[in-house]
Write a protein of this length. Structure first.
Length: 143
């Protein structure tokens, strides 16, 4: 039996729009990361970027289950000595919910040049408006 290996030049890409309102952050991120990698297609090849474009809207209405809003922190380093900063997810979701979704999806993609190429196909917006109507995105359901 032959194994199909996709070529990078012959990949058909579709556009999907995901409404993040009322969806837990982790479930949303895992579904979006799977589509960005191309795992929803029969032509999935691990070493080729076969994924689709994903637009995530309404990130300000994404939910975190349990006590994660109070107990979970987003940490980053400025690059200076003693420059470790941390922001609670309660503040992060109120001010920069698009960053929270972006970082959650980024953490679920490969940590190499292929993962960085996949991440460029992710578009995240706080509100319900996006400027990709010309691409005619299909609605993607997140359970």
């Amino acid at each position: 039996m032959k194994t199909y290996m996709a070529k990078a030049e012959a990949v058909e890409r579709k556009w999907y729009v995901v409404d993040a309102a009322g969806v837990p952050l982790g479930r949303l991120a895992s579904k979006v990361a799977s589509v960005l990698r191309g795992k929803n297609k029969p032509t999935y090849t691990p070493n080729v970027d076969t994924g689709d474009f994903v637009i995530v809207i309404n990130t300000d209405k994404t939910v975190l289950t349990g006590k994660k809003l109070e107990n979970k922190f987003y940490r980053y380093h400025t690059g200076y000595i003693g420059g470790l900063k941390e922001i609670s997810y309660k503040k992060l979701m109120a001010e920069k919910s698009d960053l929270a979704v972006y970082e959650a999806v980024k953490g679920m993609l490969p940590k190499n040049s292929l993962g960085r190429a996949m991440l460029k196909k992710l578009k995240v917006y706080k509100g319900a408006e996006h400027n990709h109507a010309a691409q005619k995105p299909e609605v993607l359901k997140v359970d």
